[in-house]
Design a protein around this ligand. Sequence first.
Ligand code: ACO
Length: 154
Amino acid sequence: MIANIIIKPFSLNQKIPYHLLLLADPSKEIIDTYLNKSEIYVAILNKEVIGIYVLYETQFDKVEIKNIAIAEDYQGKGIGKLMLQHATKTAKEKGYKSIIIGTANSSIAQLYLYQKQGFDITEIKKDFFLKNYPEPLIENGIQVKHMVMLKMEL
Ligand code: ACO
C-alpha cells in the first residue's frame, strides 16, 4: 500500500481537508491562522487524500511542521513516518537549516515517533494548551497542558 502513496503539494484553491487537520489540532481558528502562510503537502492513495502536513516558515532558515495527520483508518501503517521523512527532505531541499515540531505533553505516540525520526526536545512551553484552548483537553488519560518543542538540524 505504501508503495502506491503519492505525496504532493496541495493548492489552497482545492477543498481544504479540515477533517485531517483537525485530528492534529482541535481548533479550526488556530489552523486558519497559519494555513494561508504555509506550504501544504498531502498523501494521496487511490485519488483519496489520506494524509497531510503543513510547513510554516518561522525564521528565514527555520521551518515548523505545524500540522501532520493521517486519516484514522490509515494510522499505524507507517504513513506518518513517511510524511515526516518527506517533510524533513522537502525542508532541506528548500534550504532550511532546521525543522521544528511541537506536540503535547500527553501525545506519547507522537513524542516517540518524532524522537525516533531524529527530532530532539529543545523547549517546553508551559501551560500552552491551558492558555490557548478554551476547553480542557484529555489525551491518553493525561491532561493536555504543555507544548513540547522538538528540533532537527538539517
Ligand atoms: N503508541 C506507540 N507507538 C505508536 C503508536 C501509539 N499509539 N502509533 C504509532 N506508533 C509508532 C509505530 O509503531 C511506529 O514505530 P516504528 O517506526 O518503531 O515502527 C511509529 O510510531 C510511526 O508510526 P506510523 O504508522 O508512521 O504513524 P501514523 O501513520 O499513525 O502517523 C500520526 C502518526 C501523524 C501521529 C497519526 O497517528 C495521526 O494522524 N494522529 C492524529 C493526529 C496527530 O496527533 N497529529 C500530530 C499532532 S502534532 C502536530 O501536528 C505538529
